[in-house]
Every structure is written in structure tokens, then in C-alpha cells.
Design a protein around this ligand. Structure first.
Ligand SMILES: Nc1ncnc2c1ncn2[C@@H]1O[C@H](COP(=O)(O)OP(=O)(O)OP(=O)(O)O)[C@@H](O)[C@H]1O
Ligand SMILES: [Mg+2]
Length: 508
């Protein structure tokens, strides 16, 4: 289990950290070797991001030491860590949406020109440099446009481009692929392999097990803030990895209840879209979903899945076609109208669209239900607590208490709380946009089972996911989108390959 005589570039040992009395890291170690990709693995809330924050000077640990090239160091800030050659892409994109792409890449270290080499930022050089860096992650975009004008996936690639543009020895990527599609992930992996061959040590956090094996040389597993072990990736198979993360075996995936093979097509549609579209956003399409039915929406990023969800939920106004609920035409002027009809949407971008970081887990979970009940009827504190406690238990949300500010939960646990918020409204139709992003293997399975249980009890569900294995497992029917138009509809029991084929048909 040791490193075959290689010397580590960075070594952390005995790391301990408490937050408000909770021991979040306990005697944790991590050794990074040059020219290796190291997967840091563990369930939601295991302590991965916290360890990374220690490593990058964001938080100060209570105990432990850090050796860089054999010498003791303690970066006191992310900037100090960067100067030591440790660069990071955090779990939540932490760039400035109101700056241009190029500004985001070079913020704090602009190429300058002029007599004094210090007065004027050389914008031509900034833009040229930004384009070069982006080319390394396979992006060819207008670097002078605001970062916020691009989708999250592009923003994430920009964050990665910024990190690799910094001369560094250690590159840390905390769930960099959670909003990338397959092609983009492949591009990123090519970049990582190149950096590895240049001798960089890469730390990689992900909840996609196949990605771990595609790119990692070594694996460290954390469980409940404690170090479980370090292995060469070749020596730790996926089942053993899951067992190390969970401290137990995961029930076989195939044992999970599959969606009913077919759905009674004579049941009238709860929601029906007829030629619904929005110019420039979505080509007119037909769609229907019945009570008790799970409709999968498959397609690549940017294929129009999120746009369709927003149209159905009244966040965007369609300029074509009609929307019907129980056979009657409706016009949603805002989400409030959709909510009044029993619709709910759990959005893709939880940080900006969902989480209220300062509010407690209880308040965050109760929010949508309270909004639905209106201002005259308040949920009592006790009712809110009961509701939150139930979902914390049902979805396995890891939190000190329901009164903890949600911003203090790990990324995956915040996501679970968002799902709970919408489940709590007991909608007739629930639209879930990438609900399992950032969620660990065990919790993914729990969420899929929960969806099937709810459908069985009569809820209609529209399920959007980039993970085709999930879509084919949970959906009674799959609508495939490509380039903002519907390109087909597939029945339950369709293979992943068949869905991919339809998605990719155009390129064939
Ligand atoms: N500032 C803080 N105050 C209190 N608790 C915190 C704080 N930061 C993290 N925690 C807690 O530490 C634990 C570990 O969180 P961390 O974000 O490191 O998990 P993670 O392994 O990255 O999980 P995920 O896979 O969900 O991202 C969580 O229970 C979290 O609630
Ligand atoms: Mg994390």
C-alpha cells in the first residue's frame, strides 16, 4: 500500500477538524505523488471538501501537519496555497459571474504592458492568453462575454482552465464533472492525463465510480471524517470501493425496483403539451405524462431539457402551442400558477435557484410547502420540524440538526434537502432536473427508489438526468431531445445504447 519508493510531493497527516463540537475530520492522512491522479472518495458528508479546504488554506485544522516536498508548510489562505503550487477547482463554481471569461481566468495576475510594465493591463494579451488556456480544455468561446452568459458546464470548464493555467505542482478538482456531459468529461480526462504525464499530482473527487477507474491511479477513502485506507486503483474493485465508503455492502443495483415495464396508455394525461415551444429556445413538441408515470427526459447538455422544464413550470413563457392540465388549457404566467395546479420543479442549479444558505435545514425544506399554503396559513414551528425530521430520516440527510444553517451541509446533503423541499409539497407532478448530481452511490439508489415509490402512489414525475443508466432504470417512457427538439420517444425497457443512438443519430 505504500508508494513503491516514490517520494510524495505533498503529505498530510493527523488532520483533525471540529466545527461547533462536531468532529468533521479525525486523524486523516493523504499522500500525493507526482504524475498520479488520486481519487478522494467517500459518501456525502464524509469530509472530502473539508480536507481539500485544509489543503488549500481555506480553513485551519485543529491538528496535523502538512509536508510539501518534505518541508513543513501551512498555507494560510487560498492565495498562499496557490503560491506554493496548489491550485483548486472547488465543488461550487466560485468565479465571478459578472466578469468576462478572460477576466475570470486571469483575475489577480493580468499580463501588463506599457512603459512601467505595471500601469496598464494588456487586454489583447489577456484575451489571447485566455483563448489559449481554454483551447487546452477544448473550449472555443468568446472570452470577452460575461461568464454568466454561459451555461454552468462551460463555467466549470472555465474554472478548470483557470486552475491549470496556474503553474502548479498539485491540482485539486472537487467534483469537476458533475455538470459536464460525456464528451466534455472525456476532454477533461485528456487534459488530466496530459498534466499527469507532465508530473503534476492531481486530486479528483467524484461520485461517478466509472470516472474513478477511467482516470485514477490511486484512491483514498474517507468515512465519517475518518481515514479508511489508501489503495492503488488497480487493487480496489468497485464493489470493494463502495464497501470501504459505506462500511458495508451496497444492495445490488439490479435488486432495486425497476419501473413497471409498461404503463396503461389509456389513463388520461395529467399534463399534456401540444406543439409547445419557444422561439430560439425549444422547437414545438408534444409531450404527455400521466398520474403514476415516470417520464424520462434524455439528451445532452444544451439539448433543451432544462428549457422544457422551465416552460412547463411557468418560468418561461411559450410562444407556440398549448399546455393542458387534466385536459383543460392553462397559461402559467409564473411558477406560482404552476404550483397552484400542483406542479413542482426541483431545479438543476441548486446554489442559485434553490438553497437559502442562511436559513436552517427546517426552513429550507418547509419553504415551498409554506409558499403553497399561502400567507394566511402558517406552518407552525413544530409542523416544520416534524416535516424536516421526516425527510432527514427518509433521504439520509447528514446534518447536526434540522436547525443547522443549510449552507453548512456538504454539497450532496444540500441537494438532498432541495429534493425534500419539493417532495414536501406533495405535488401532482414533480419535475426533477438532474436530482442525483453530486449525490453519493448509496443515496442515488435511495432517491431512485423514492421516486418509484411516489409514482406508485400516484404522482407523475418528469425525470431529467445525464446519467442514462438512471433514466432507463426509472422511466416508464423516455423522451429524447437533441438540439432543442424532440427526436423520439422510447418505451420502458429500452437499453442505454438505444437512447444514446437516438441522441447521437445526427452525427452518424
Ligand atoms: N463550516 C462548517 N460548520 C459546520 N459543519 C461543517 C462546516 N463545513 C463542513 N461541515 C460539516 O462537515 C461534514 C463534512 O462535509 P464535507 O463538505 O467535507 O463533505 P463531503 O465529503 O465533501 O460531501 P459531499 O460529497 O456531499 O460534497 C458535513 O457533515 C458538514 O455538514
Ligand atoms: Mg464535497
Amino acid at each position: 500500500m505504500t508508494a513503491e519508493g516514490a517520494t510524495s510531493v505533498l503529505e498530510l497527516s493527523g488532520i483533525g477538524k471540529q466545527f461547533a463540537g462536531t468532529q468533521v475530520l479525525r486523524d486523516v492522512k493523504l499522500r500525493l505523488y507526482p504524475g498520479e491522479v488520486h481519487a478522494l472518495m467517500g459518501q456525502n458528508g464524509a469530509g472530502k471538501s473539508t480536507l481539500i479546504k485544509v489543503l488549500t488554506g481555506v480553513i485551519e485544522p485543529d491538528s496535523g501537519q502538512m509536508l510539501l516536498g518534505g518541508l513543513p508548510v501551512w498555507p494560510k489562505s487560498p492565495l498562499a496555497a496557490q503560491k506554493l503550487g496548489i491550485s483548486t477547482v472547488y465543488q461550487e463554481v466560485n468565479l465571478c459571474p459578472n466578469l468576462s471569461v478572460a477576466e475570470n481566468i486571469f483575475a489577480g495576475r493580468y499580463p501588463r504592458c506599457g512603459w512601467t510594465q505595471g500601469l496598464r493591463i494588456d487586454w489583447a494579451a489577456v484575451h489571447r492568453g485566455a483563448r489559449e488556456v481554454l483551447a487546452r480544455v477544448g473550449l472555443d468561446i468568446d472570452v470577452e462575454r460575461l461568464l454568466s452568459s454561459y451555461p454552468v458546464a462551460v463555467q466549470q470548464l472555465v474554472a478548470i482552465a483557470r486552475a491549470i493555467s496556474i503553474e502548479s505542482k498539485v491540482l485539486i478538482l472537487d467534483e469537476p464533472t458533475s455538470s459536464l456531459d460525456d464528451d466534455e468529461v472525456q476532454k477533461l480526462f485528456e487534459v488530466l492525463r496530459r498534466l499527469r504525464s507532465e508530473g503534476l499530482a492531481v486530486v479528483f473527487v467524484t461520485h461517478f465510480l466509472n470516472q474513478v477507474y477511467a482516470v485514477s491511479d490511486r484512491i483514498t477513502v474517507l468515512r465519517n471524517g475518518a481515514w479508511v485506507g489508501e489503495w492503488r486503483a488497480a487493487d480496489l474493485g468497485p464493489q470493494a470501493l463502495i464497501a470501504a465508503m459505506l462500511g458495508r455492502e451496497l444492495a445490488a443495483q439490479s435488486a432495486a425496483p425497476a419501473a413497471a415495464p409498461s404503463f396503461d396508455q389509456s389513463v388520461p394525461a395529467l399534463l399534456e403539451a401540444q406543439g409547445l415551444g419557444q422561439t430560439g429556445q425549444l422547437q414545438p413538441l408534444d409531450l404527455r405524462v400521466r398520474a403514476g408515470e415516470v417520464l424520462g427526459l434524455a439528451g445532452l447538455l444544451g439539448s433543451g431539457r432544462t428549457e422544457l422544464a422551465r416552460l412547463l413550470f411557468g418560468l418561461e413563457a411559450p410562444d407556440r402551442g398549448a399546455l393542458k392540465i387534466d385536459g383543460a388549457t392553462v397559461t402559467f404566467k409564473s411558477p406560482a400558477d404552476a404550483i397552484a395546479q400542483g406542479l413542482a420543479l426541483c431545479p438543476e442549479e441548486r446554489k442559485t435557484d434553490g438553497i437559502v444558505a442562511e436559513l436552517s435545514v427546517r426552513e429550507n425544506i418547509a419553504l415551498a410547502l409554506q409558499a403553497r399554503m399561502g400567507v394566511r396559513k402558517f406552518l407552525s414551528h413544530a409542523e416544520q420540524s416534524a416535516l424536516a425530521e421526516r425527510f432527514v430520516a427518509d433521504l439520509g440527510i447528514k446534518t447536526a440538526s434540522v436547525e443547522t444553517p443549510i449552507g453548512l451541509l456538504s454539497g450532496g446533503n444540500q441537494q438532498k434537502a432541495m429534493i425534500a423541499r419539493w417532495l414536501a409539497t406533495q405535488p401532482r407532478l414533480l419535475i426533477l432536473d438532474e436530482p442525483t448530481r453530486g449525490i453519493d452511490v448509496a443515496a442515488k439508489q435511495e432517491i431512485m427508489e423514492q421516486i418509484l415509490r411516489l409514482a406508485h402512489a400516484g404522482m407523475a414525475v418528469i425525470f431529467i438526468s445525464s446519467e442514462m443508466s438512471e433514466v432507463v432504470r426509472v422511466a416508464h417512457r423516455i423522451v429524447v431531445l437533441r438540439d432543442r427538439r424532440k427526436v423520439g420517444e422510447l418505451p420502458a425497457g429500452t437499453s442505454e445504447d438505444a437512447v444514446y443512438e437516438l441522441i447521437a443519430a445526427e452525427h452518424a
